[in-house]
Write a protein that binds this ligand. Structure first.
Ligand code: UDH
Ligand code: NGS
Length: 399
């Protein structure tokens, strides 16, 4: 018979063993085994949200930073790094997006310790399968940018991408030109690295599901297909706005984007048309994963609705070969390697051309110096050959 004393002994032994097991499991390196066990016991997802990419435990509460603490910069031999898995084990599905007041860029930086200067990231423990440049047209939207960076950095890290975020900042106060800024972004990103995919991304759209992978398809991809402002569905069939993804080859085939849409509207429809004029189809993610929350805002000062947009759209078939990436003229004002992004400030001129009024934009940024190897007064024309240029990476704040 077991006495009361030995019962206590057994109980303490049992608790002791449990403690040791828990301590072992919580050690780094056992994390994978823990998630393996959780996966075995987890109920199958009945929400219908888990697509074919879902391989890991879901993110508690959709926190985009969950799982990322398992990434630690280790001293691995970069020459012998294994290729990252086809589907990242860090992907978790739906992301809960909210916009807390008081968020600062310093906080975003603190939460993303592995992001290098210029908004550059490579997975620390495996060689990425995909190299993606994010191109964001920008002016006077710092508040939106802060939120986008807060969500986009961890989102891309969860996808184990080799990526960099480029902000293409229009200098001066002349009417905004979203599509021309994208042409600048394409050229400036490609001159820096051999990206295999470019994501053209509005600053106010926050992805809500990390199974929406930021990699290119074999055809141009319209990505922001389900926005909250449109009731999470496409507003119309040919819609190509918000976020899209193209390979350099797709971009060349459609002669990039138009340069002549000044002000709001129509340029995204023109880009959509160019895809078919370039002999390509549009691909899209599923509406379950291509979900975005838009940061609410009004039409910006300096971005009035473009009254010429319908006339211009009617002529795209005649103009796309003579207006696009082959005729994009601009003056690079600066390239700054900020902690969370590369900031490219550019003079894109006006409807009357690049040199009217030429000095104004530069005068507005007297503190910004011209980059050493790009002469400011020489219009930067894009040629096919340029897309493969790959100078050495400079990590200083100003080039
Ligand atoms: N953008 C800026 N600064 C500007 C204007 C536009 O950074 O001054 C960029 C930014 O990345 C933005 C994108 O260009 O996300 C698209 O511009 P938008 O957000 O103004 O366009 P959207 O169609 O919203 O998303 C317009 C809201 C009201 C339109 C009403 C027209 N009937
Ligand atoms: C279309 C615009 C697009 C615009 C889309 C959504 O009408 O540029 O609405 O606009 N095309 C033209 O005006 C020709 S939104 O609801 O986001 O303001 O992207």
């Amino acid at each position: 018979m077991i006495s009361i004393q030995s019962k206590w002994r057994y109980l303490f032994m049992f608790l002791g063993i449990q403690l040791v097991v828990m301590a072992l499991l919580s050690r780094e390196g056992y994390q994978k085994r823990v998630s393996y066990f959780i996966r075995i016991f987890r109920k199958p997802d009945t929400t219908g949200l888990s697509g074919r990419n879902q391989t890991t435990v879901g993110i508690p509460g959709g926190d985009v930073y969950a799982n990322l603490s398992t990434l630690i910069k280790t001293h691995v031999n970069e020459d012998h790094m294994p290729l990252c898995p086809k589907t990242s084990p860090l992907i978790g599905g739906p992301i809960h997006v909210k916009f807390p007041s008081g968020l600062t860029l310093a906080e975003v930086q603190r939460k993303n310790p592995l992001v290098m200067r210029g908004g550059r990231y490579r997975p620390p423990d495996c060689e990425a399968r995909h190299r993606t440049a994010i191109i964001i047209p920008h002016r006077n939207r710092e508040h939106h940018l802060k939120f986008l960076l807060y969500y986009l950095h961890p989102f891309l890290q969860r996808q184990q991408l080799n990526y960099r975020i480029y902000i293409i900042h229009q200098a001066g106060t002349y009417t905004f030109n979203r599509a021309k800024l994208m042409n600048v972004g394409f050229r400036e990103a490609m001159r820096e690295e051999d990206w295999d995919c470019l994501f053209f991304h509005d600053v106010d759209l926050i992805p809500e599901d990390d199974r929406n992978t930021y990699v290119c398809d074999s055809t141009p991809k319209h990505v922001a297909i389900a926005m909250d402002k449109f009731g999470y569905k496409l507003p119309y069939n040919m819609y190509f706005g918000g976020v899209s993804a193209l390979t350099p080859l797709h971009y060349l085939k459609m002669n990039g984007f138009p340069n002549n849409y000044w002000g709001w509207g129509g340029e995204d429809d023109d880009i959509g048309l160019r895809v078919s004029l370039g002999g390509m189809y549009i691909s899209r993610p599923s509406v379950k994963v291509g979900r975005y929350k838009m940061i609410k805002h009004k039409l910006d000062k300096g971005n009035d609705v473009n009254p010429k947009r319908f006339n211009m759209l009617a002529k795209t078939r005649q103009t796309w070969k003579s207006d696009g990436m082959n005729t994009a003229e601009y003056e690079l004002i600066s390239r700054e390697y900020m902690p969370l992004y590369t900031n490219i400030t550019v003079n894109i001129g006006t409807e009357a051309g690049l040199h009217s009024p030429p000095e104004k934009a530069a005068e507005k940024h007297p503190e910004k110096k011209a980059p050493a190897e790009v002469p400011v007064n020489v219009p930067a024309k894009i040629t096919e050959g340029d897309t493969n240029k790959k100078p050495t990476q400079n990590t200083s704040n100003h080039v």
